[in-house]
Design a protein around this ligand. Sequence first.
Ligand code: AMP
Length: 543
Amino acid sequence: MTPMMMSELTITSIMKHAERVNGATEIVSVTADNPRHRYTYKDAFKRVRQLANALQTLGAQPGDTLATLAWNDYRHLEIYYALSCSGMICHTINPRLFPEQIDYIVNHAKDKWVFVDATLVKVLEPLQDKLPAVKGYIVLSDEAHMPDTSLNNVHCYEQLIATEKDEFDWPELEETTPSALCYTSGTTGNPKGVMYTHRSTVLHSLASIAPDVFSLSVRDIVMPIVPMFHVNGWGLVYSCPMVGAKLVMPGPKMGDGETLCALINEEQVTCSAGVPTVWLALLDYLAKANKSVDSLNRVTVGGAACPEMIMEQFQNQYGVDVQQAWGMTEMNPLGTFNGGIPPLLDGISDEQRKKLRLKQGRPSFGVDIKVVDADNNELPWDGESSGAVKVRGPWIVNDYYGYDGKTLDEDGWFETGDVACFDEYGYMQITDRLKDVIKSGGEWISSIELENCAVNHPKVAEAAVVGIPHPKWTERPLLLVILKDGEQMEKAEMLAWFEDKVAKWWIPGDCVFVDSLPHTATGKLSKKDIREDYKDFRWQDES
Ligand code: AMP
C-alpha cells in the first residue's frame, strides 16, 4: 500500500474538473456554419456526453481509433473529449498532408470512422475507395449546412447527437490508456504515429500551465491558432480546460489576419500560440489596417525558429511579449520555453536580452535533455558546444505506433534530429536539423545560418541550403535562391554576400536561382525533396 492515494491521471479528470469548477467559462468558435458560435464549458461537456452515447450507437468500442479532419472549433474539442474519455483514440489528421499520406495514415491507424469538417469533405471524397476499414463519415455541421458529398455512409454531426441522452457513465480508465494519435510530417520516410496516453497528456498539461511556460490562468483568454491536428494544438485543448481559461477558436480562419485581429479585440484575447507564418499574416494585417491588439499580452511562437522581425514588431509596435517554444510531435510537444528570465540575468544589456529572447528557451520540468557529439558523449552547457539533442521523460515517445524500426537509442533516449547548444543558464539555441547539417571536411556547417544570411540580402525572397555530395569534402553546401519580384542578380554577387558574414569554408559552393522551392504540408522547406531534385548536381571543381 502506498502512503498517498494513487488516482489515475486521466483526461476524464480534466473534463470533470473544468465542468464543475469553471463550467461558466466560455468557448467561442468560428465555423463554416457560424462566424461566432458561443457557449460554455458546461454546455460543451453536456454535448460531449451526448456524443459519447452516439459513438456507442454507432458501435464504436473502447480501444477503437477514430479520425478527425477538422479545424479548431468547439465540435473538434467535443470529439477530443468524447473519444479519449470513452477509452477510444482521437487520431487528428492534418488536412494539408498530401493525399497519399492521408490514406497511408488512415489505413495505418485502422481508423473506424472519420469526423470531417464540412469544408474538408472534398479532401476525402477521392480517397474513400482506398480506405476499406472506414465504416463511415460524420460531417461537422448542422442539417441546414450539410454539403453535397459522394462520401458513403455519411452522418450529420448535429443530427447524430441531437437525440442522445446527455448522461454518460464514463469508464474508469487506467492512466496508461492510449488517448490520441498524431502522425509526424517528418521529412524522411512514411509519416510515423505518436500515440499519447492519458498520463502523458495530464502530466504535459500540468507542466505547460506553469508560470515560466504558458503561464495559463482562469483569467486568460486563449486563442490557439496552432491547429488541433498539430500535436493536440500544443496541448492547449487540455491545459486551458485544466485551468478554466476561456478559449477562442478561429476555425478555418487561422491564416486570416483580419479575422484573428477581430477575434482578439472582440473577445479580449490575452494569449495566443502559433507558428511564425500566422504571425506574419496578423502583423501584415495590423500594419495595413492600422489596427492594434491591446488586450494581447503574449504570444507563443513555435514549430520553427522565431524570426527577429516578428519578435521586434510585436514588442515594439504592439507591446506584445513574444515567447518562443521548442518541441515536437514526439514530445507532446513541450520541450523548452523562453518564458521568465532568471534574476541572475537581470543586468544584461538590451542587445544581450534580444539575443536571449531569440533562443528556444529553457527545458520545462519533466523534460530531461542533453546534447551529444558524434560519439554520443554528452557536451557541456557552455554556450558553444553544439550537438545532437536527445530527450527523455514522461511525455516523450517510447515507441512509434506500429513501427518496426527503433524509436530510442540504446540508452533509452529519443534523438530529436535537432542540433543545439545550451548556455550555462540552460537556454537552448537550435543551430540546425540533424538531417540538414552539412558535414564538410569533417566539420559541421549550419544550413539554417546560411539560409538566414542569404535572406538578409535585400534582393532575396527565400533561400534553401542543402548538402550535396562532394568528392573531396564529402559534402558542400548548395544555395538555392528565389529572388524578389523584379530583382536580378548574378551568382557571384550572391556568393560574395557571405564573404564577411560566415567562415570562408562555409560559403556555399554554388548557387542556383529558382522560381519556387518545395515545402512540406506544415510549410517547412522540404530538404528531402530538394536533395532529391539536385542529386545529380555536379560541382564545378568536380572532375
Ligand atoms: P513537428 O514534430 O512537426 O512539430 O516538428 C518538430 C521540429 O520542428 C523540431 O524537431 C524542430 O526541428 C522544429 N522546431 C520546432 N520548434 C522550433 C523552434 N522554436 N525553433 C526551431 N525549430 C523548431
